[in-house]
Write a protein that binds this ligand. Sequence first.
Ligand code: UDP
Length: 330
Amino acid sequence: MSSEKILVIGGAGYVGSHFVRYALHEGLEVSVADNLSTGHRSALRGTAFFQFDLTGSDALLQHLSRNRYAAIFHFAASCLVGESVEKPDLYYRNNLIAAYNMLEAMRATNHDRVIFSSTCAVYGAPQRLPLTEDHPKQPISPYGRTKLAIEWMLEDYHRAYEIRSASLRYFNAAGCEPQDGLGEDHRPETHLIPNVVRYALRLTNDLVIFGDDYPTPDGTCIRDYIHVTDLAEAHIKAMAKMDHNPLIRMNLGTGAGLSNLEIVSAVSRVSGVKLSPKMGPRRPGDPPELVADPSLAFRELDWKPSRSNIEEIVRQALQWFSEHPSGYPD
Ligand code: UDP
């Protein structure tokens, strides 16, 4: 057991709160900072909590001046592709400016380790699959562009100021830990698995699959679903790896893809409810297929997803939404 102290920025969000749970199990001493704009206070237990925003204040600088952390985990971000196209200002502010403020606060207080939530959206439309880390980076949304710009910023801050970083490029985060009161609660919910599960539970009247004319076997998009606790485990391993590798950039996925209709079938199978979604037009910005080549993470981190079975992911989502039909209380 370790008693290292870490700061988790964005720890009240979906991926962040699952990471916090895992880090506490690993024996780390966890502090969380979150502005609670999309996160949930009730997703947090057993940590110190600080409510502040990284944009427009020096709250983090003040905090880091008074507290010393072995590493900072930066989960906080705006993360919806479609919204980023409509409101790029929000993404440049919440993602890029916030990351700049964080790095400057780290630099001023001699904190030199950050683990950053990056995304497969940095690649843009795949030119070849599965996606390897050296695939060209041509993001097609402001969301992907802000994440790639932060990766570049981290490279430059490493060269000039010796800040160590791990940019972990998530594929589709999925699953939850309902036995510990943790679920997926976005408002509005735009993600496929929670939408299909809510439809199966009759918590919503409509389910639309966005596009069935893609160049894939069943015509619907294919994604690589990785369990949030598998992501959490990789973050802890990346923190340890930074002792030897000061600039890590790697994919976190399973290497296997599932189509949108395969997700609908999985929910149907596990819930026993026959589902008949409507077919709608394509959603702007959706590439047909996103599947990771995760071999770099497998090799470098000695990590393999062990919780990313789709039926288990669906079972967890069914349990969470049955027990929390209106989501978190706050
Ligand atoms: N999707 C869908 N209906 C929904 C939500 C999502 O058909 O109600 C599709 C979406 O167009 C994409 C896939 O499901 O093809 C995964 O979308 P999600 O928003 O879950 O994750 P993303 O891949 O955008 O990060």
